[in-house]
Write a protein that binds this ligand. Structure first.
Ligand SMILES: CC(=O)N[C@H]1[C@@H](OP(=O)(O)OP(=O)(O)OC[C@H]2O[C@@H](n3ccc(=O)[nH]c3=O)[C@H](O)[C@@H]2O)O[C@H](CO)[C@@H](O)[C@@H]1O[C@H](C)C(=O)N[C@@H](C)C(=O)N[C@H](CCC(=O)O)C(=O)O
Ligand SMILES: Nc1ncnc2c1ncn2[C@@H]1O[C@H](COP(=O)(O)OP(=O)(O)OP(=O)(O)O)[C@@H](O)[C@H]1O
Ligand SMILES: N[C@H](CCC[C@H](N)C(=O)O)C(=O)O
Ligand SMILES: [Mg+2]
Length: 484
């Protein structure tokens, strides 16, 4: 594509060199440059792309997008100066792929918990209503059934726009995507046009990155602030920050709630281990999901489908058949009747919701045994709280390792232990080997007892010092059950 066309709508401050040159591709990592590329220099959390301009030129970059003029300006190279290269990257990526987000209906889901669940439910719902659909999620990306592995909850702008282009080319009418707060702050979604935005909830997470809860709220809110006038902004009115999300948006505002007043309302009539009976828009609907938090997720899905102008009866019928995302409240039964539940709860709120759900569904005498760890190189302040919630809502807790990444697993467990109330220490064990922790829980359990394995859900690896070792909670539970 011609460089000048790539810069459409980019606030360029100054430039040097020709703009009518053909660019072969975009790249923000000097190590991956190929001949004829435009290199975009990004200031990251570890290093600064501006340090690699020379390297990019050596590998064949013909144009550089920068926030500062370099000391040495090379003849024959075009330099483009902008205030914010991350923002510019979003726009050039969208231009390079011919703005695919304008050619389908893109709906973004943000919030601390429930993004993958809501995006996946919407994907499954619209597939169930016979549309061609795309999905961009933590678990995987999908183009009408075809699975494409992923690395992030929200990918970088080049990967995002490339996937959206593939979706458009393959005839997708809709795409449902997760919008992480990291992605908003790092401008990964700049240049995308959204048909709608959904807010699930906001509770404690990622304070390592955002530093304060207020900044974290602002990051989520910015997604709604940036929506277009003809997009919808659908917010959870029962969340204490649900109205904050809508404060400055020009999009048309809609709300959903189980408790308060809202445009979309729902009531839970019955709850069981295999599903719920819901009262929604005057109809009783049986769904296959469990837990009041999933009633919120389903209500957001229903509201979005109606705002996307789908017929009520068609939506209600399809909703009763849909299933959620992998590793979210997935049950495995042992031959003797022990129940294992694998869930991706990795925030205090999620742990509380899942254990609360299990507590309301269990029969007298059934014990709850929770196996839980916290990720390394992530928000440390949630560690004691997650442990405390687990201990208060379980009969027995085994503290273990999640993805330690570069940290010492034993140190993470020690930081979790700080949150355990003194009178609750009995019944709490620490076994850092996650496989052994799951085996111990299965061994301790009596028939009928419920083992909740929290934190890793769909993940198929354990990240130890940057090496991803195969690890699958469901597989470990099944193996442990079979050993008995
Ligand atoms: C903290 C964070 O979000 N980091 C992301 C960020 O990396 P970074 O800021 O560390 O980048 P950096 O290493 O400092 O490098 C700066 C720039 O120099 C470039 N560079 C670097 C070295 C070199 O030799 N040459 C070169 O050009 C890099 O390509 C980059 O453009 O930009 C990278 C490229 O897009 C991301 O892969 C990386 O995600 C890391 C792996 C990550 O773990 N991110 C997590 C925290 C994340 O984003 N999570 C959210 C979900 C959270 C949730 O809601 O649960 C997500 O959306 O996935
Ligand atoms: N609406 C909700 N409210 C509170 N907790 C929820 C909700 N939906 C799901 N959860 C809990 O949070 C966990 C993660 O759910 P999900 O993967 O949908 O969230 P996410 O927002 O995509 O997370 P991530 O930030 O890792 O992408 C679930 O396994 C469940 O325990
Ligand atoms: N998207 C989340 C996933 C957390 C999952 C948990 N297993 C962990 O490793 O902490 C994050 O990057 O914080
Ligand atoms: Mg997710």
């Amino acid at each position: 594509m011609i460089l000048k066309n790539l810069l459409h709508a980019v606030p360029v401050k100054e430039y040097k060199g020709p703009l009518d040159i053909e660019v072969t591709g975009l790249c923000f990592d000097s190590r991956a440059i190929v001949d004829g590329n435009l290199f975009i220099a990004i200031r990251g959390s570890h290093t600064d792309g501006h340090l690699y301009l020379q390297k990019a030129i050596e590998l064949g970059a013909i144009a550089l997008l920068v926030e500062d003029w370099p000391e040495n300006v090379h003849e024959g190279i075009t330099y483009i100066l902008v205030d914010d290269s991350s923002y510019a990257l979003g726009l050039v990526a969208a231009n390079f792929y011919d703005n695919p987000s304008h050619q389908l209906k893109l709906v973004g889901v943000t919030g601390t918990n429930g993004k993958t669940t809501v995006a996946t439910l919407l994907y499954n719902l619209f597939i169930g209503m016979s549309y061609q659909v795309g999905l961009l999620s933590t678990v995987e990306n999908r183009i009408s059934g075809r699975v494409i592995p992923t690395t992030h909850t929200t990918l970088d702008p080049i990967s995002l726009n490339k996937l959206l282009r593939d979706m458009v080319n393959e005839g997708c009418d809709y795409c449902f995507m997760e919008v992480s707060s990291h992605a908003v702050v790092q401008q990964r979604i700049a240049g995308l046009r959204f048909a709608g935005g959904i807010f699930t909830n906001i509770t404690h997470d990622h304070l390592d990155f955002h530093e304060t809860f207020d900044n974290y709220i602002k990051a989520k809110k910015k997604f709604f602030d940036d929506l277009d006038r003809d997009a919808f902004a659908l917010s959870n009115a029962d969340d204490r920050n649900g109205s904050v999300m809508l404060q400055n948006t020009v999009a048309y505002q809609k709300t959903y709630a189980l408790k308060g007043l809202a445009d979309f309302k729902m009531r839970i009539i019955e709850s069981h281990f295999d599903g719920m009976l819901l009262h929604l828009d005057g109809q009783d609907v049986w769904v296959k999901l469990v837990g009041h938090f999933n009633a919120y997720n389903l209500l957001a899905v229903y509201g979005a489908a109606i705002l996307l102008e789908q017929e009520t009866m068609k939506v209600l019928t399809a909703i009763s058949n849909i299933v959620g995302a992998e590793g979210r409240f997935e049950a495995i039964h042992s031959p003797e009747g022990k129940i294992g539940i694998v869930d991706y709860a990795h925030t205090p709120d999620a742990v509380e919701n899942v254990l609360e759900t299990v507590a309301t569904l269990r029969q007298a005498g059934q014990q709850i045994i929770t196996v839980i760890g916290c990720g390394g190189d992530r928000d440390k302040t949630k560690r004691p709280t997650m442990a405390k919630v687990a201990v208060l809502k379980s009969d027995t807790v085994i503290l273990t390792s999640d993805n330690p990444r570069s940290e010492d697993p034993l140190q993470i467990i020690r930081e979790m232990e700080v949150g355990i109330p003194a009178d609750k220490r009995k019944g709490v064990f620490s076994i850092s080997d996650r496989k052994e922790a799951i085996r111990a829980a299965c061994h301790l359990a009596q028939p009928g007892d419920i083992i909740v394995v929290a934190g890793k859900g769909h993940e198929k690896y354990q990240d130890i010092n940057g090496v991803k070792h195969h690890f699958d909670d469901k597989e470990q539970l099944a193996n442990a059950f079979n050993e008995q």
